[in-house]
Every structure is written in structure tokens, then in C-alpha cells.
Design a protein around this ligand. Structure first.
Ligand SMILES: Cc1ncc(COP(=O)(O)O)c(C=O)c1O
Length: 328
């Protein structure tokens, strides 16, 4: 049995029981391990769906160019889809993303434009603005815009959600994930809540992002926005794909906790994953510890782990870098 192209290998990722990191939690805790996707992250799912939808809508023509703002993982997914389907790619990203992510995009044949992190989203230098401008200037191009594109949520509604329901045989009771565009948490939550309206969805945010406060107070507070290290999660905007009504609680995690939990996942569970995985895991453990009394022994918690440790070898898995940031 073989796939007709690499695109057939997207999705159907394993669900793995955690045995040490959650030993104090009185129920089953499982990890949805998304680095098994061919582009190394959960974002392959939305890359394929966004391009298929653009083809169906007739906005993407043969030989066309895909232009997107990405923290790296969506770019890797789009680049693989572009190779399989014969498109070109130009990506904008920020100077905070790891070198490994940029190297992966270039290795997959994409052109990469690095933009400053610490400018407002509406600033013409921001990676959002540059992607929009390039898509206007480049003939026969599309700008999938993962922040607002409904195909992002739909990809998870059609794949991640049903996979978790089938893999847990309908036993999943809690779903924990970080959010950037909101596609992963909302698409999956929408499907799972349709199957079981009592299922609890817990969002995890890094300090420095607006989502935590917006969830709890429905206030967009500019004072909450400051630079943080954890990549791919949290926002300085409210993404169109982020539907807070699908989330039941929100916790937040410091960079230090996120990085330390990332290393623990590698050393204690053999899960060599990225920083947003450690963040989701730290948030899950904190939430489960504070809500111990509400947990039943047959509860099944799933924590989604978006990407691979290979994208962060020069950072989280480098002692000097960790020491330099006071994370050890
Ligand atoms: C490493 C990483 N983790 C988590 C996310 C968040 O996923 P979503 O955009 O679906 O909310 C992203 C998104 O870019 C990411 O790159």
C-alpha cells in the first residue's frame, strides 16, 4: 500500500499515553503527536485544506504562487503541498522564529522574507502587511491567510476532531491546546462538542498574548502585549478563526515553564517536541492540578502537541541558549 504523493501521509497521527509527567493526575492523559505529519507539524492539515479550497474556488491557477505569513510551520505544510501540486511559495515570517524553521522553508524551495517582530500588525513592515502587499504585487498568486480562512478551522473539524473521537472510542472528556490562529483548538472543539456537549476545552496562552484576558474579560488589552519567546502560539490580534465560545477555560504559562515542560516531554516521555507543546503541557498540568476534585478516574484528557523538537535544536535543546534566557 502506498500514497500517491506525500500529501497522503498528512493526518492520522498517533495518540500516546503520558506516563510520568502526569503521574500525579488521577485520570488518563494522552498526547496527540503532530510531528508525525510529513511537514513536521499540525499545520500540514490546514495547508492541504486551504489549497484544495482555493483550487475549488478557482482562485489558484496552475503554476501560481502561494504567499503567506507564517511562524514557520504553516509554511512548511504549504511548501510540501506546493511541491506536490506544482505551485511556488513566498513566505513572510518574523525575526523571532528559529533559524531551523527558516532553513526548512528554504530547503523546501520557498522564498522567505524576514520581517521585524516588534512592530504593530498594521505597520507596513509587519509580516502580516508584507504578505498582503506581496500578494497584491504578484500576478497569479493567492494569500491563504490562515488567520481568517475558514478552511483552517474546517481542516481540524474534518480530521483532528474525528481522529480523536475514534482513537479514544468516544471517551475523550477534556481537550487542551494552545492557540495562534485558533484553527486547531476551535475546529477540533467544534467537532468534539457536537459528539459530547459536556466535553471541556481548555485553551493555553503564553504571557504576552491577548487571548487569556480576552477570554476571561472580553477586553482587548494592549497592555497585555509584550514580547515572549514561545513560538507559534498567542497573538497580538484577535484572529478571525478564534471562536472563544468553543473554549471553556483559559490558562496561561510563562516562557520558562513552557521551555522546561518541553524538555521534560523529551526526557521523561521520549516525545521530542517543540516549545508550544511544552506550553500546552504545562497549562494542562496546572489546570488538571487545580481542578483535581472535578476529575473522575475514567476521564480522558487529550493534549495536542503541534510540532517537533528538530525545529528548536538551537534554542530549547541548547543549554547555552536556555541559560542565557534564565530558563534552566
Ligand atoms: C508551533 C505552533 N504551535 C501552535 C500553533 C497554533 O495553532 P493554531 O494556529 O491552529 O491556533 C502554531 C501556529 O502557527 C504553531 O506554529
Amino acid at each position: 500500500m502506498w500514497h500517491s504523493s506525500i500529501l497522503g501521509a498528512i493526518g492520522d497521527t498517533p495518540l500516546v499515553k503520558l506516563n510520568k509527567i502526569t503521574s500525579q493526575i488521577p485520570c488518563t492523559v494522552l498526547a496527540k503527536v503532530e510531528f508525525f505529519n510529513p511537514g513536521g507539524s499540525v499545520k500540514d492539515r490546514i495547508a492541504l485544506k486551504m489549497i484544495e479550497e482555493a483550487e475549488k474556488a478557482g482562485t489558484l491557477h496552475p503554476g501560481g504562487t502561494i504567499i503567506e505569513g507564517t511562524s514557520g510551520n504553516t509554511g512548511a505544510g504549504l511548501a510540501i503541498v506546493a511541491i506536490a501540486k506544482g505551485y511556488k511559495c513566498i513566505f513572510t515570517t518574523t525575526d523571532k522564529q528559529s533559524q531551523e524553521k527558516v532553513d526548512v522553508l528554504r530547503a523546501l524551495g520557498a522564498e522567505v522574507v524576514i520581517c521585524p517582530t516588534n512592530v504593530a500588525p498594521e505597520d507596513p513592515r509587519s509580516y502580516y502587511s508584507v504578505a498582503k502587499r506581496l500578494s497584491k504585487e504578484t500576478p497569479n498568486s493567492i494569500y491563504p491567510n490562515q488567520y481568517d480562512n475558514p478552511a483552517n478551522v474546517q481542516a481540524h473539524y474534518e480530521s483532528t476532531g474525528p481522529e480523536l473521537w475514534a482513537q479514544t472510542e468516544g471517551k475523550i472528556t477534556h481537550y487542551v491546546a494552545g492557540a495562534g490562529t485558533g484553527g486547531t483548538i476551535c475546529g477540533t472543539a467544534k467537532f468534539l462538542k457536537e459528539q459530547n456537549p459536556n466535553l471541556k476545552v481548555i485553551g493555553v496562552d503564553p504571557y504576552g498574548s491577548v487571548y487569556y484576558k480576552y477570554f476571561h474579560e472580553r477586553v482587548f488589552d494592549h497592555a497585555e502585549i509584550y514580547p515572549y519567546i514561545t513560538e507559534g502560539v498567542g497573538e497580538d490580534i484577535l484572529a478571525g478563526n478564534m471562536d472563544f465560545d468553543l473554549v471553556d477555560d483559559y490558562v496561561r504559562v510563562t516562557d520558562k515553564d513552557a521551555m522546561q515542560y518541553t524538555r521534560r516531554l523529551a526526557r521523561e516521555e521520549g516525545l521530542f517536541v517543540g516549545g508550544s507543546c511544552g506550553m500546552a503541557m504545562a497549562g494542562a498540568v496546572h489546570w488538571l492540578e487545580t481542578h483535581q476534585k472535578t476529575l473522575k478516574p475514567d476521564d480522558v484528557v487529550v493534549v495536542l502537541l503541534p510540532d517537533s523538537g528538530f525545529r528548536y535544536l538551537s534554542k530549547i535543546y541548547n543549554d547555552k541558549w536556555m541559560e542565557g534566557h534564565g530558563f534552566l
